[in-house]
Design a protein around this ligand. Structure first.
Ligand code: ZN
Length: 190
């Protein structure tokens, strides 16, 4: 194989790799309704499913309690014990944790500096729904990419509502790119 062939193969592979999270329409609605129900506070939950080269496929969404009492309207967290229990119950069903979701009451569906600092699950989808005046608006997803805390970054991820690319009715709209941040805390939050 010539040098030129190897280069073109590499470029082709990168070009066809697209970050996608597939969410069945029923679960998509569940996630959005959760954000409306907890408004004006944030909701949060865990996404169980499977990861593959084609992206993350969500099979279940598990509501989690928002354990923050200091500022529940704009902060969220999942207690480690709760997360471990959700993870164990998922594995019993053959499902992995593939993401997390939370809502942004009266704020855009864009990740915040805090969201980024508290995101530690490389390869997971971080789904954010904006809830304006109690009504769910835009749902975006951001893939936590990289290999470690040092080079992690959020990438815009296309949200496909429905199975296996069918009914692709919602596309994440987001212009925010990764920000290079330092001083990531060690505490474990979703
Ligand atoms: Zn957030």
């Amino acid at each position: 194989m010539s040098n030129d062939n190897r280069v073109s193969e590499r470029v082709r592979t990168e070009a066809t790799t697209e970050a996608i999270v597939t969410i069945p329409d029923g679960l998509y609605e569940t996630i959005r309704r959760h954000g409306e129900r907890t408004y004006p506070h944030e909701c949060c939950g865990v996404l169980l499913g499977a990861s593959s080269e084609d992206g993350n496929t969500v099979e279940d969404a598990v509501e989690a309690g928002n354990t923050r009492t200091d500022s529940a309207h704009n902060r969220y967290s999942i207690a480690p014990q709760e997360l471990i229990q959700i993870q164990r119950q998922g594995r019993e069903r053959g499902l992995d944790i593939v993401g997390f979701y939370h809502s942004h009451p009266d704020h855009p569906a864009q990740w915040s500096k805090t969201d980024f600092e508290e995101a530690h699950w490389i390869g997971c989808s971080y789904v954010i729904t904006s809830v304006e005046q109690g009504t769910a608006q835009i749902t975006n997803s951001f893939l936590l990419s990289g290999t470690s805390e040092e080079d992690k970054r959020f990438e815009d991820q296309r949200v496909v509502v429905g199975r296996a690319g069918l009914n692709a009715s919602d596309t994440a709209l987001s212009g925010t790119r990764n920000a290079a941040l330092s001083g990531v805390p060690d505490d474990v939050r979703c």
